[in-house]
Design a protein around this ligand. Structure first.
Ligand code: CAA
Length: 246
């Protein structure tokens, strides 16, 4: 029997990450769930088990290059090379720009964009050697169109797709695809943390008339990870209920 492909999902304990882990495991991947916060991860593992899922897990602050490199080495030793990398970890520190602190800017750029370099740089050599890989970067509608209060987040998320486009060109001949997914507003804790009146005004602008489901994003991840998607690279998939069309 063929060895299972290894899929690493960063930020696995969040709403989108959880759905992606579950979907990829159902698809037959050996899923490694990345986390940063031990307490949250322990609780998450219990919840997953209650839902019938058990995942191997790996810890790191992916905004830190050395910590990320050490985690990737550990994954390689324990399980093998990563074949599918989903750069999903991310945070928000929303604030109108004239009030934004350097720390709020810096934390978001590190967690959302530097993390993409840190994770990808530490798996790309192995993917090139094996002539196969899938890199899926989870960006945002707000990287495509901007959003009041998100200068830091929009900059990081737009930067992700610039990275996708260049890396896609560089590794296309090596059997590696690199794509961006730009979700709109999905029913996650991150979105539910937006003030209710602001959130309601945003939902009112979504033509489909509702927040997206986490499993809808996971479905697209599953598709882009598949062997059949080998001609799709450097693309940016909008999945936002029609909120932003262009
Ligand atoms: N558009 C235009 N003006 C706005 C505005 C908006 N969206 N939001 C606030 N303002 C105005 C206020 O009315 C106020 O005007 P006045 O000074 O004339 O009264 C002015 O801007 C300043 O308001 P405040 O400084 O008091 O800002 P606030 O505290 O009311 O709101 C904020 C700031 C918390 C950042 C708020 O704008 C907000 O929550 N924005 C939404 C952020 C958002 O969508 N985050 C998404 C998180 S989920 C995610 O990121 C996932 C994903 O990828 C989609």
């Amino acid at each position: 029997m063929d060895k299972k492909l290894i899929a690493l999902v960063t930020g696995a304990t969040g709403g989108l990450g959880s759905a992606m882990c579950q979907r990829l495991q159902k698809d037959g991947y050996h899923v490694i769930a990345h986390y940063r916060n031990q307490e949250k991860a322990d609780q998450w593992a219990v919840e997953m088990k209650e839902q019938g899922f058990v995942f191997d897990m790996a810890k790191a602050d992916v905004s830190n290059f050395e910590e990320t490199a050490a985690m990737m080495k550990d994954i390689e030793t324990r399980f093998g090379n990563v074949d599918v990398l989903v750069n999903n970890a991310g945070i928000t520190r929303d604030r109108p720009f004239h009030k934004m602190t350097f720390q709020e800017w810096d934390e978001v750029l590190h967690a959302n964009l530097y993390s993409v370099f840190n994770c990808t740089r530490n798996v790309i050599d192995g993917m090139r050697e094996r002539s196969f890989g899938r890199i899926i970067n989870i960006s945002s509608v707000n990287g495509q169109r901007g959003q009041f209060g998100q200068a830091n987040y929009s900059a990081a998320k737009a930067g992700m797709h610039g990275f996708t486009k260049t890396l896609a060109m560089e590794v296309a001949s090596k059997g590696i695809t690199v794509n961006t997914i730009s979700p709109g507003y999905i029913g996650t804790d991150m979105v539910m943390a937006v003030r209710e009146d602001v959130r309601n005004a945003i939902v009112a602008q979504i033509p489909v008339g509702r927040l997206g489901g986490t499993e809808e994003i996971a479905h697209l991840v599953s598709f882009l990870a598949s062997k059949e998607a080998s001609f799709i690279t450097g693309a940016n998939y909008a999945i936002n209920g029609g909120q932003h069309v262009y």
